[in-house]
Ligand binder design. Sequence first.
Ligand SMILES: [Fe+2]
Length: 205
Amino acid sequence: MKIPTIIQAEKILSEAEKLNPGLWINHCKTAGHCAREIAEKCDNLDENTAYVLGLLHDIGRREGVTDMKHIIDGYNFMLSNGYDENARICLTHSFPYKNINAYNGQSDCNEEETKFIQFFLENTEYDDYDKLIQLCDAISFPDGPVYIEKRLVDVALRRGFNDLTIPKWKAFFNLKDYFDNKTGTDIYNLIGISSVSDIKQIKSI
Ligand SMILES: [Fe+2]
């Protein structure tokens, strides 16, 4: 596994911000923060690795305003710099549900790129870093962490939905269950938003 140091990763993101400034920069910072906090409570994950992977998962957006293309742009950019683990995350982070048609948005990849993404997904068994960044992508707004439900509805409002949206949403909730179990707590407690149990308590008052 080869990844940049934290200083290198933050430099890569700030250079990307100069090329294509936007809300995506703070979304990435939130994802890095969430990944670090959750990884810290997982025996088999390193929090600094998780932070770097979260921070750079959308780095393909440095190339401009694109849709699915940012996945392949990120993969190629990180691989060209020798960072194979980041390249992998750039590709896997949008597919908790392993079907390229489940992507919410425009398919602006050409046929060759689309085939490559599908092939990569079919031949990759997700590890816990893949799963962690998929989850963190789904709980990260530019101004901080949010409940999965808020992010999913936000994406559906902006980009619409298709027949695969519901199984994809279920895949996100399975990821949350997975990391709740792994960390032994509700991950919302770890990332700085009030837990669901707090809301239940409020409702019962
Ligand atoms: Fe993202």
